[in-house]
Write a protein that binds this ligand. Structure first.
Ligand code: MTE
Ligand code: MO
Length: 164
């Protein structure tokens, strides 16, 4: 029999799902979360955004995902949650898969301060981000630099003030 059909090569297991996003820093309950965790364990918000990229001009996307505040809040930052002044000392540093990193202040996401609906996206334009990793969504930013993609970690902690 000619034309032996060699069985097609099995697709290489594309289980290259990214490492879970690590919540670290001054937290009582640090955690490692997959995009599936972010989708199933917290309520999902939707954000239609336009941000400006310095190189590529305006970018329009629809994102879905939980509020960063809800996710990080469940990791229990080690501030006194009943004191606004204590919460206002805290920062968050978000790192992407390529090392791009940005900071937020806790007050940006805190309901008693700026109350910004910043998301940890689980989907962009209707496609799950399970294989690429979560993306930070900052609807109030005019520029795209803080829309960190392929998030690997979110560090939470008090600002290290210089000793005086
Ligand atoms: N991990 C990572 N995320 C990143 C960047 C980056 O260099 N690395 N660039 C930012 C910048 S400058 C912009 S404008 C947006 C671009 O998002 P887009 O590629 O989805 O349009 O991604 C942001 N997120
Ligand atoms: Mo950009």
């Amino acid at each position: 029999m000619s034309g032996i059909s060699s069985p097609s090569r099995p697709a290489r297991a594309v289980s290259v799902a990214p490492k879970p996003l690590v919540l670290t820093g001054e937290l009582i309950r640090p955690a490692a979360l997959t995009v599936a965790d972010l989708r199933t364990r917290w309520g999902q918000r939707r954000a239609e955004v336009v941000f400006e990229c310095a190189k590529r001009g305006p970018q329009r996307h629809t994102f879905e995902g939980p509020l960063l505040r809800d996710v990080v809040g469940d990791a229990r930052p080690s501030f006194d949650a009943t004191r606004r002044k204590d919460r206002s000392r805290f920062l968050l540093a978000v790192t992407g898969g390529d090392g791009h990193r940005t900071v937020l202040s806790w007050a940006e996401i805190d309901a008693d301060f700026a109350d910004s609906p910043i998301l940890l996206a689980t989907a962009m334009d209707g496609r799950g981000l399970d294989l690429s990793g979560s993306q930070l969504v900052v609807p109030s930013d005019r520029c795209g630099a803080r829309y960190i993609s392929a998030i690997t970690s979110v560090w939470v902690g008090a600002c290290a003030f210089p000793q005086t």
